[in-house]
Design a protein around this ligand. Structure first.
Ligand code: GAP
Length: 432
């Protein structure tokens, strides 16, 4: 079997596990789905929150130079005109003259329609704007046009002036935002990798134009720290210096951080030098000064911006594919998710050895309550035999299974079984 097939098998195994165990479902599944949308189930939402909370802690709460914002998704249409998105946020689209299917031009190989397989039927490429348009209010006219934001960044830039007025932080400083972004992708694909609705975690870091390189290097290093914090192997991450003709319209320098996903090496996140592109556009279109006045001096300038931009779904996909592991125990195949403990949706599963022994169940409930109070993410699991419970917990990446048996009643010790090694130890309840 070639490498590509093995990789696709891994992707299929992850997609299937994600659905079966309640991590991620196709959006609107019950009605046949809606392409490019995904719903997070109980374990998926826990994993997502663990990732997003860690990001917020690392890049906002733990730092002195960062502040958070949470802007409205719907914004005045002027935002998207000024930012260049109305004119340039588009992908080249081609249509097959035979089956009428439409594709992103760079997703078509050898002039062959990916849908009907005909050769030479793909028409000329035209630009397709990826913003979802809507109308705000009851009148559908030009003035009421708005868009679902295609990036969270603009909600930060439009609040830069508010933040200066309320806080006047020293330069350099950054504003961070997490939230939904929407892109009408021509061909959403590869599970959650390319979605039409997804979540971003973005930072706009405002700097003295003369010192942009310093901050760019600082964020480059912090991106590596982040990848380590979520347990991604260093050897699976690759920096790609994006050439000028491939960079977004606002960027003077971009490094894409690519990751070896099961679908191949693809962009995980980006680090861009957006110059003063956005603030100058806002200044010119709003008529309001975006100048930053260095305190105690007459020095004024419009700051430049370094933007580390993280996609939540791609992060989840990288974490899931890193965690997905198969091994063999006593001649039987085992699938487990080797999540770093701090990202695991469930930290402990608690079971009574036998569920028809009230004294074991009562003691197990006691232990469950202690752990639940301490860790929150604790699951009660008394279905099937112990072996089956272990397999089930392995599959959702629970680092520890705690079993209460008759010895527990006698001496207050429990069995704790570790996910990765499958080793079991007896420890006192008080040591948990
Ligand atoms: N504000 C800059 C910006 O939005 P981008 O490279 O277009 O830059 C940043 O997007 C990140 O958002 C990407 O690196 C990726 O992680 C995520 N992303 C972009 N489009 C996506 C999509 N269709 N589905 C899932 N994630 C996406």
């Amino acid at each position: 079997m070639n490498d590509k097939n093995t990789k696709n098998e891994k992707m299929e195994a992850i997609v299937s596990l994600a659905k079966r165990r309640g991590f991620i479902y196709q959006g609107s599944d019950i009605y046949g789905g809606l392409s490019g949308t995904w719903d997070f189930g109980p374990l998926g939402v826990a994993l997502k929150r663990n990732i997003m909370n860690l990001w917020w802690k690392m890049f906002v709460s733990d730092r002195e130079d960062m502040l958070g914002v949470d802007a409205a998704i719907l914004m005045n249409q002027k935002v998207w005109k000024a930012s260049g998105h109305v004119d340039t946020f588009s992908d080249p689209l081609v249509e097959c003259s035979n089956c009428k299917a439409r594709f992103r031009a760079d997703h078509v190989e050898n002039n062959t329609c990916p849908n009907c397989g005909k050769i030479g039927t793909m028409g000329e490429a035209r630009q397709f704007n990826m913003m979802f348009q809507t109308h705000v209010g009851p009148v559908d006219d030009e003035a009421s046009v708005s868009y679902l934001r295609p990036e969270t960044a603009q909600g930060i830039f439009t609040n830069y002036k508010n933040i200066l007025d309320s806080y006047y932080p020293d330069l350099p400083f950054g504003l961070a935002q997490q939230g939904k972004a929407f892109r009408n992708e021509i061909s959403p694909r590869d599970f959650i990798f390319r979605s039409r609705e997804f979540e971003q975690m973005e930072i706009e870091y405002f700097v003295d134009p003369a010192k942009w390189e310093e901050s760019f290097e600082m964020w480059r290093k912090l991106v590596w720290d982040w990848c380590a914090a979520i347990g991604l192997p260093v050897e699976s991450i690759h920096e790609l210096e994006v050439p000028e003709d491939k960079r977004a319209h606002y960027s003077k320098r971009t490094i894409d951080f690519e990751f070896d996903f099961p679908i191949g090496k693809e962009e995980l996140l980006g680090l861009a030098y957006r110059t003063d592109f956005d603030l100058m556009n806002i200044q010119n279109n709003s008529g309001k000064s975006m100048d930053y006045n260095i305190k105690g001096t007459n020095t004024k300038f419009v700051p430049h911006v370094i933007e580390p931009s993280f996609g939540v779904e791609r992060t989840i996909m990288a974490v899931l594919s890193t965690a997905y592991t198969e091994d063999e125990i006593n001649g039987e195949k085992r699938v487990f998710l080797k999540f770093p403990e701090h990202l695991a949706p469930i930290k402990y599963a608690v079971s009574p050895l036998l569920k028809n022994k009230p004294e074991l169940v009562a003691k197990a409930r006691e232990v469950y309550n202690i752990l639940k109070k301490k860790h929150g993410a604790v699951m009660w699991d008394d279905n099937g035999n112990i072996g089956k419970r272990y397999r089930r917990q392995d599959e959702i990446g629970t680092p520890y299974c705690v079993v209460i048996d008759f010895d527990t009643l006698e001496n207050g010790t429990i069995t704790i079984r570790e996910r990765d090694t499958t080793e079991q130890k007896r420890v006192a309840i008080s040591e948990l």
